[in-house]
Design a protein around this ligand. Structure first.
Ligand code: SF4
Length: 353
């Protein structure tokens, strides 16, 4: 069991408000949220699990403890009249910002001007405006849990795929699928897309947007080597947002849900080093203390995820209680194509398939 710190007055107020709001509110939280937040959540999960969960929530208010793109996607998937609230609207994803919708639109227009059917596949860590562009070009969304399945899907839809914005997830997925380096081309998006070599991109079946997650970019193959030197029995598992050489040097790589399952099923006494956001690693460390030795490959925290604090959660719940909370709004111009892009993923990855 996870041991929780002493309940503060803020935490007691959250609990009181939650009890008073009852079924009017459902709290969901991403695995990267701090323990003081996820302990209040009705559901926690990775992006795919939470996206699947939202359409089944009945309460009129959903409080989404995560970063902005997650709240936007939840607002899109919510039922009519349901409100989605983010405790901190400025909590953004640095990687999502690396792919602005207007630039993507311009780049896709250039890459498809010849009539090429290049299918955009957007990691869920993108704005709703980007998902709207992707939906219009016949593409879909993916998460780290289904990147391989969705890349196969996208390759079947046209004569090439533009994967965005995470070049590391794209390369790691391509490596699992055996896509050779000669079939991969990374775009130069500088000068508002003017630098792009369209002819080089035309020869690639997998075209990459050059984004990455700076939190996962902090892990290195040298850190893995040092860990193994200190304890050759140590198993290293990393998130596929890490650089390909890090994934290659690890024992396993997968989404946050995959990492959780890996730790859950490890034999007693195992020593496991994890390369992903620190809050998830610390939670697993506490959860399995005494049974497993769980350690971070290095402490790497997402400062945007950390902007959601118990005080902000309390303020959001208070706003819901007194009717002043401002829900996330969805730009009507992108609603339909963005929803289509997300639904293509949910359909292609439906559990029964
Ligand atoms: S950990 Fe990286 S990908 Fe995840 S929200 Fe933070 S910046 Fe974005």
């Amino acid at each position: 069991m996870i041991s929780f710190p002493q309940t503060s007055s803020c935490e007691s107020s959250i609990e009181r408000l939650r009890a008073s709001l009852g079924s009017r509110v459902t709290l969901v939280g991403h695995h990267y949220q701090q323990e003081a937040i996820v302990r209040h959540c009705d559901f926690r999960g990775d992006s795919l699990e939470l996206a699947r969960r939202v359409p089944h929530i009945d309460s009129p208010h959903i409080v989404f403890c995560g970063v902005y793109f997650m709240g936007e996607s939840a607002a899109l998937l919510a039922r009519e009249g349901q409100q989605v609230h983010l405790p901190e609207l400025s909590a953004d994803c640095v990687m999502a910002r690396m792919a602005p919708a207007t630039l993507l639109d311009r780049v896709l227009a250039r890459l498809t001007a010849s009539g090429r059917k290049l299918i955009p596949l957007a990691y869920v860590n993108t704005s709703l405006d980007v998902k709207g562009v992707v939906g219009r070009y016949g593409g879909a969304v993916c998460t780290s849990a289904n990147a391989e399945q969705m890349l196969r899907w996208a390759l079947d839809q046209g004569d090439g795929v533009l994967f965005l914005p995470d070049r590391n997830l794209a390369r790691n997925t391509a490596a699992v699928m055996g896509i050779p380096e000669k079939d991969i081309y990374q775009l130069d998006i500088r000068q508002r897309g003017e630098n792009i070599d369209v002819s080089a991109a035309d020869h690639a079946s997998l075209v990459l947007w050059p984004g990455l997650c700076s939190i996962h970019a902090r892990f290195s193959a040298a850190q893995i080597e040092a860990v193994r030197k200190a304890d050759p029995s140590c198993r290293v598992i990393v998130h596929p947002e890490c650089a390909p050489e890090v994934v290659k040097a690890s024992d396993a790589a997968g989404s946050t849900s995959y990492i959780i399952k890996y730790v859950e099923s490890a034999p007693e006494g195992s020593h496991i080093c994890i390369g992903t956001e620190i809050n998830l690693v610390q939670r697993l460390q506490q959860q399995y203390a005494g049974r497993l030795r769980v350690e971070p490959l290095r402490a790497s925290a997402c400062s945007h995820m950390a902007r959601v604090t118990p005080e902000k959660l309390l303020a959001t719940l208070t706003g819901i209680e007194n009717g002043t909370a401002r829900p996330v709004t969805v730009n009507p111009a992108v609603r339909e194509p963005a929803k289509t892009a997300i639904e293509r993923m949910l359909e292609a990855c439906a559990p029964s398939r």
